[in-house]
Design a protein around this ligand. Structure first.
Ligand code: ZN
Length: 215
């Protein structure tokens, strides 16, 4: 066991990142930072540096483009993430996947738990696992508890695609990648996914690739 980085060390790391390239480079699978639990955020950066980091993460998420980005994905092992989904997809996809807009938000020290027994299995990807998608079954509805960027306590339920985004990003902060939960037989390169399996639900992929398409 090594001691957690000091507040000063976190701040130095973030200042260094913010003086580097923009958008920020995204860390990919294989880097241990994606496999270690992030350190709880307890003010290590101070308000101004936190604001600058959040802004840089937001720009990096937009540029990727993605609908969520956790701090370990830019090499910072702190428990915070940014999320936003405009849900600009075809109506039949939005309906089938319960994908509705998730306005921009910052989640700090988040945890989530399933609400009810509803499950949903759809293709999902990750900016840290570029070039692939896999079907991942998750809770349809989750209870999210966290702190927002201004220190406010959050306790709310989300469902559908926003619940999936919250679960995916919160998992990152525990060192968990979506592939740990995915149906690996569904794994598809983005090219094959777009060519064959981008239907609203993964039933055709389940038949074609030989996996169960959830419950
Ligand atoms: Zn991810």
């Amino acid at each position: 066991m090594t001691a957690p980085p000091t507040a000063h060390e976190f701040a130095e790391r973030v200042r260094e990142l913010l003086t580097g390239p923009s958008p920020l480079p995204i860390v990919t699978a294989g880097d241990p930072v994606l496999r270690a639990p992030a350190h709880p955020y307890d003010g290590q950066l101070g308000d101004d540096l936190l604001t600058d980091l959040v802004e840089a993460m937001r720009e990096t998420m937009y540029a990727a483009p993605g609908v969520g980005l956790a701090a370990p994905q830019i090499g910072v092992p702190l428990a915070l993430a940014v999320l936003e989904d405009t849900a600009s997809v075809a109506p039949e996809i939005a309906v089938a996947r319960d994908r509705h807009p998730l306005p921009f938000r910052v989640i700090i020290n988040p945890r989530y738990e399933p609400v009810g027994s509803g499950r949903a299995a759809f293709y999902e990807g990750c900016l840290s696992v570029p070039g692939y998608q896999a079907v991942t079954e998750r809770a349809h509805r989750v209870r999210l508890r966290c702190v927002d960027q201004h220190g406010g306590e959050v306790d709310e339920e989300l469902y559908g695609w926003p619940a999936r985004i919250v679960a995916h990003e919160t998992d990152h902060l525990a060192g968990v990648l979506y592939l740990d939960r995915a149906e690996l037989r569904s794994l598809a390169s983005t090219g094959e996914y777009l060519a064959r399996w981008s239907q609203p639900d993964p039933r055709a992929a389940a038949l074609g690739l030989g996996f169960r398409a959830g419950r």
